[in-house]
Design a protein around this ligand. Structure first.
Ligand SMILES: Cc1ncc(COP(=O)(O)O)c(C=O)c1O
Length: 476
């Protein structure tokens, strides 16, 4: 026990916690994150730096307790407030507390504040980004035989939701040297489909045929895609654009970085709809969860009904409205994708911290940039306006064996990951469509070189330095 206390006092825990040792001292964050109190116990014996760690503090604990004690656990007033606060933030970049609405059945709709012709955003909480993407595609009318264009370089969710609906994903390569869907390759694929050809030109033509209905660009790692170019292609071919914004909260774009009205926009609020993830490792983390954002009343209404069995009233409304609580109508065979209030309460606290958490991620990424730029062994990730810095996807020189590098990092006690293994190499898609690895050469090349480094708010200077020296050691 003495040994343990000695370790806690003089060792990594004592060195890890004080905010005063950090370049950022957010005014609101005066507490020790609960996650640190628990996981720094691991550091007594090992120099473990996990790949990801949520930033959970006492406010998050209190928010969950408030819900546990309230007698209402499922979707209710907390979720309604979270949706309003999230929408308000996406529209104005400022936080709004809607505590006064927590016990009402409905809230006044938000007004647009970004100019004429720019309707207010509606946000709908769901239990994951995957379910949000599914609901949004369904609401866009995507069905059997339709085609949806997604990057090859993405997570399973982006394409599987297309298959849920009996539609076909058509993969698009990333632009050379980037992790983002190439708008030129998007246009080429849509052109082929629109003229009745098969999606892919290689080997005399192969892949799905069908009407291109929607494009699903991914703001990989938190860096927004070239939305101007994607929206231009979409307008030319009458495609819906659903932004996979799972990584990108908050990613703020300036005028000129996006097509459309308004002065500033966040990634996820530019296309017909955007979908955010609150999965445990994401910038705003509730364990599981997601949010659909749209300016289309029609899409919002359909998503709202379909996330809860196709029932025309929310559970919360049934218990708070003056109409009979037992009566409802099923208007479509919907799903069970609602977000419970415990998670929404957690999300509201995380939302209130989002700019401070962003500042911490930016600092870590800046330290990595400074350490790895100018070294031939590495290519640092591109960054730019609105980068939420969710990932730090370092690229290793092709002469370095990436898999051996990862193994060494593991031995050194540093958690790393790979984002992503391109979907066309996955057995399901490879076998269904007959892909070869080099059908999307840019995606395959990026995958072979990529390794994602730890980047989570609360990392100490010592931990960042340790990751940097381990990276150098692992490729020496
Ligand atoms: C690009 C991308 N889209 C969608 C998702 C799905 O998010 P969720 O786990 O909330 O369903 C993920 C998850 O990591 C992702 O990386």
């Amino acid at each position: 026990m003495n040994h343990l206390l000695g370790g806690l006092k003089g060792g990594r825990l004592a060195g890890a916690i004080p905010y005063s040792s950090r370049p950022f001292k957010p005014a609101r964050l005066t507490i020790t994150p609960v996650s640190h109190r628990l996981t720094h116990m691991n550091h007594i014996n090992h120099m473990n730096i996990p790949f990801a760690r949520p930033f959970i503090g006492e406010e998050e604990e209190e928010a969950c307790l408030r819900v546990l004690r309230s007698g209402w656990l499922t979707t209710g007033g907390e979720t309604l407030a979270f949706e309003h606060e999230f929408a308000s933030f996406l529209m104005s970049g400022t936080l709004r507390n809607t505590a006064e609405f927590l016990h009402s059945a409905n809230m006044a709709p938000l007004e647009s504040n970004s100019g004429a012709g720019d309707p207010a955003l509606r946000c709908l909480a769901v239990n994951s980004a995957t379910s949000g993407l599914h609901l949004t595609l369904e609401a866009c009318g995507v069905g059997k035989g339709d085609v949806v264009l997604t990057p090859a370089y993405t997570f399973a969710s982006t394409a599987e939701v297309v298959r849920y609906l009996g539609a076909e994903p058509v993969f698009v390569d990333v632009a050379p040297g980037t992790f983002h869907m190439d708008p030129n390759a998007l246009e080429a694929a849509v052109q082929r489909l629109a003229t009745g050809e098969q999606a892919y030109p290689a080997r005399g033509g192969f892949g799905p045929k069908g009407a291109p209905k929607a494009a699903l660009p991914v703001h990989y790692g938190g860096l927004p895609c070239d939305m101007n170019a994607i929206m231009t292609v979409a307008a030319r071919y009458d495609l819906k654009v659903i932004e996979d914004a799972a990584h990108s909260f908050p990613s703020k774009l300036n005028p000129g970085d996006f097509a459309g009205p308004g002065s500033t926009r966040f990634a996820g609020a530019i296309g017909d709809a955007g979908v955010f993830s609150f999965y445990a490792t994401k910038p705003l983390a509730t364990g599981e969860g997601g949010m659909v954002a749209t300016r289309s009343q029609e899409l919002a209404d359909r998503v709202s009904i379909m996330r809860s069995h196709g029932i025309d009233r929310t559970i919360w409304n049934r218990y708070t409205d003056t109409r009979a609580s037992w009566y409802y109508e099923v208007t479509a065979p919907g799903y069970k994708y609602n977000m419970p209030d415990i998670l929404s309460a957690l999300g509201r606290v995380q939302l209130s911290r989002c700019m401070e958490l962003l500042a911490m991620r930016m600092h870590i990424a800046a330290r990595y940039d400074a350490a790895f730029s100018g070294d031939d062994r590495f290519i640092i990730p591109a960054t730019g306006a609105g980068d939420a810095r969710h990932l730090y996807p370092l690229r290793l020189h092709p002469s370095i064996n990436r898999d051996a590098f990862i193994q060494t990092m593991r031995t050194l006690g540093v958690g790393v990951s790979v984002h992503f293994i391109p979907l066309h190499t996955m057995p399901y898609y490879r076998d269904r469509y007959g892909f070869e690895d080099n059908d999307f050469p840019e995606s395959f090349k990026m995958f072979k070189q990529e390794v994602s480094l730890p980047l989570w708010p609360g990392m100490t200077e010592e931990e960042i330095s340790s990751v940097i020296s381990c990276v150098r050691q692992a490729c020496s």
